[in-house]
Design a protein around this ligand. Structure first.
Ligand code: UDX
Length: 436
């Protein structure tokens, strides 16, 4: 099938490229000329394992093209995907200006009937609005159908997730449009769930809100475990053996970050507000997460009293491993609080430093390895569980640091392992002899 994808961020580019891999002909459209030129060379502007290889292969085989020109991109396409960002406004709402702009571009530039597929995460009712904008502009000249097809990709494993996802959700009001989407997606071999447009829009928000709830729930349990002398990892394992609960997304830590959970939970609280529904549960999930991000600074202050003048090694900056994405990363809150408290911060991340430099306080120093970050530090924060961080022998902390005091926000080391070394090891939800 001939398809156009508008927006080449994580969602758009991964979607477009993976659609070519299953045999479709895709033109990816973006307004950023520099990005388009880069992508034409098969270079991915985002760090996503496996993506560049698939781009090169499908460009060479003639299925994948790029353009910044909408009329050229839309020409003869029966299906157009919208995959632009819906960032969070100051009030926590989903900002729909980019989606609406694409709808207008479609309305102005198409020259045949189209099915418009929304991949972007949009509040319930938005697809109908998009359809209205386009229909008004084409003024009866062409038939316009709309389909909600939310994505469930995780950064860092987006390509893998596209080929091995749990389900593909297709929300449509017309059987014809739903069948076309089914046909496009069939080669993925993933179960397809068809529903109406509004329910599909809601599935995306409800899924992300539920996963965020699981994380905040286990983080609250971990805070209790610390106070009551239980071990959150054992508790999560025991809970997860119940099929109704499941063992995924029960890893305690310093909270969720990234481009989706924080934004989508806030947006759902707002969406509920529009229909006079107070989503108290979700508000608490957000509040627990905001507190959890501060956990390591709280622990360090309990341990040292005053941390002014202390040299702190921050290991990992990205919101999770295998990505350079700094959006809503716990490291932002932690670094800001450390600097405000007068600490000297030396940070290390394998790939996120260029992005971190754009948003973290100016006074932060950056190291080029875990070892160099630890050099002469009074204490260390483990913020992102990169393999490189997890595999650092505890001996290295002893050799490099002034005092080997570790606050591990991701429970990278087994307690028995830490107990073998002369380090002061604090973690999350697992009480040690050090008490915090
Ligand atoms: C998420 C959803 O998983 C995906 O379906 C959706 O499309 C986009 O949002 P992503 O943001 O890439 O994907 O990251 P994910 O791997 O889900 O992790 C999100 C955050 O939760 C990370 O900060 C991670 O550290 C944290 N997390 C995850 C936990 O703290 N504990 C867990 O058990 C799982």
């Amino acid at each position: 099938m001939e398809i156009a994808v508008v927006g080449t961020g994580y969602v758009g580019l991964v979607t477009g490229v993976c659609l070519t891999e299953i045999g479709h002909y895709v033109t990816c459209i973006d307004i950023d000329e520099d990005k388009i030129n880069l992508m034409r060379e098969g270079i991915s502007p985002i760090y996503e394992p496996g993506l560049s290889d698939l781009m090169k292969k499908n460009i060479d085989e003639g299925r994948l093209t790029f353009t910044s020109n909408h009329s050229e991109g839309f020409a003869n396409k029966k299906v157009i995907y919208i995959a632009v960002g819906t960032p969070q406004t100051k009030e926590g709402k989903a900002d729909l200006q980019y989606v609406e702009k694409v709808a207008a571009d479609i309305g102005h530039h198409i020259n045949n009937d189209v099915i418009v597929v929304t991949k972007s995460t949009v509040p319930v009712g938005t697809n109908e609005k998009v359809r209205e904008i386009i229909r008004e502009l084409v003024n009866g000249k062409f038939e316009v159908e709309i389909v909600s097809n939310p994505e469930f990709l995780r950064e860092g494993s987006a390509v893998q997730d596209t080929f091995h996802g749990d389900r593909i959700v297709i929300g449509a009001d017309s059987d014809k449009a739903a069948s076309v989407l089914e046909e496009i997606n069939r080669p993925f071999g993933i179960p397809i769930y068809k529903t109406d447009i509004r329910s599909a829009e809601m599935i995306k928000y409800a899924s992300n809100a539920f996963l965020a709830t699981k994380i905040s729930f286990v983080n609250e349990i971990s805070n209790l475990c610390e106070k009551l002398g239980a071990n959150v990892e054992d508790v999560a394992t025991g809970m997860g053996m119940d099929d109704r609960i499941g063992n995924k997304f029960l890893k305690a830590g310093i909270g969720y970050g990234g481009s989706c959970f924080p934004k989508d939970t806030s947006a759902l609280v707002q969406i509920a507000g529009y229909v006079q529904h107070d989503f108290n549960l979700l508000k608490s999930v957000i509040e627990v997460n905001n507190d959890q991000r501060r956990l390591l600074v709280k622990k360090a202050k309990e341990r040292f009293g005053n941390i002014e003048g202390k040299r702190v090694a921050v290991l990992g900056l990205a919101f999770k491993p295998n990505t350079d994405d700094m959006r809503e990363a716990a490291s932002i809150t932690l670094c800001e609080e450390l600097i405000q408290s007068g600490a000297e911060v030396v940070a290390y991340d394998p790939i996120a430093i260029p992005n971190a430099k754009k948003i973290l306080p100016q006074s932060i120093q950056y190291a080029d390895s875990v070892e160099n970050a630890l050099e002469n530090a009074d204490f260390a924060f483990i913020v992102t569980e990169w393999d490189e961080v997890k595999n650092t022998e505890l001996d290295v902390y002893i050799k490099k640091m002034k005092t080997p005091v570790i606050f591990d926000g991701r429970n990278c080391y087994a307690l028995e392992e830490a107990a073998k070394y002369a380090v002061e090891y604090h973690s999350v939800g697992r009480k040690t002899q050090f008490g915090i």
